[in-house]
Design a protein around this ligand. Structure first.
Ligand SMILES: Cc1cc2nc3c(=O)[nH]c(=O)nc-3n(C[C@H](O)[C@H](O)[C@H](O)COP(=O)(O)OP(=O)(O)OC[C@H]3O[C@@H](n4cnc5c(N)ncnc54)[C@H](O)[C@@H]3O)c2cc1C
Length: 185
């Protein structure tokens, strides 16, 4: 089974993890819990009238864990290296192999830059519409790919786009995570 390692558990990282875990890819999220969401109150997240940022994070973590993502809050990632076709991810507590890596560390571009991901003239990680970086199977999402246009719903969209690309690669054709009311419990 392919392993997806997501570095950063704000809206971008958790959204990526929701899609990959829901669709049965082994998913690990490392997060140091310094998301800007702890400073925010949302009135502009479609479908939610009003919610405190920390409450949003609590709900989002619960939702992702319900699909068996391994959410490691408090475990910092210190290095990501290429290891043949895979990645070797080092955290303060251990070392993990991954087929796919999703960077979601807010504005911090240090880890993707260390891995060799190309950046733009503005110092952002350079990605395409599916959040692919210049390094095969490495994705960048959220605040690190946007110059100031930072909103939770946009980060969540980025995470979803990265995850769908991973799922499409795994399936060998375009993947649609479409659920219908008849199947809902
Ligand atoms: C005061 C304030 C108010 C805001 N109000 C709103 C608002 O009303 N509406 C709105 O939509 N947006 C608002 N925002 C913006 C919103 O918070 C961000 O757009 C959003 O949090 C970005 O999500 P992200 O996932 O890209 O990054 P972040 O939320 O920053 O998440 C990144 C995560 O990665 C973790 N991390 C970083 N490095 C590592 C590492 N090496 N290893 C493991 N984990 C790591 C961090 O601890 C963090 O938890 C506000 C921001 C601020 C500062």
């Amino acid at each position: 089974m392919s392993t997806v390692v997501i570095i950063g558990g704000g809206p971008a990282g958790l959204s990526a993890g929701l899609f990959t875990a829901k669709n049965d890819l082994e998913t690990v999220v490392f997060d140091t819990d310094e998301t800007w969401m702890h400073k925010a109150h949302l009135y502009n997240y479609l479908g939610i009238d009003s919610v405190g940022g920390s409450q949003f994070m609590e709900d989002a973590r619960e939702q992702v864990e319900e699909f068996d993502a391994d959410l490691r809050v408090g475990e910092e990632t210190t290095e990501v290296e290429r290891d043949g076709d895979e990645f070797s991810v080092t955290t303060e507590d251990g070392q993990y192999d991954a087929q796919y890596v999703v960077f979601a560390t807010g504005t911090d571009t240090e880890l993707p830059e260390q891995l060799g991901c190309e950046t733009t003239d503005e110092g952002l990680v350079d990605v395409d519409l599916s959040m692919r970086t210049s390094v095969e199977n490495a994705y960048a999402t959220g605040a690190m790919i946007r110059n100031q246009e930072w909103q939770a719903v946009i980060s969540a969209g980025d995470g979803g786009a990265a995850a769908l690309d991973i799922l499409s690669k795994e399936q060998g054709e375009h993947f649609h995570d479409f659920d219908v009311p008849d199947e809902a419990e």
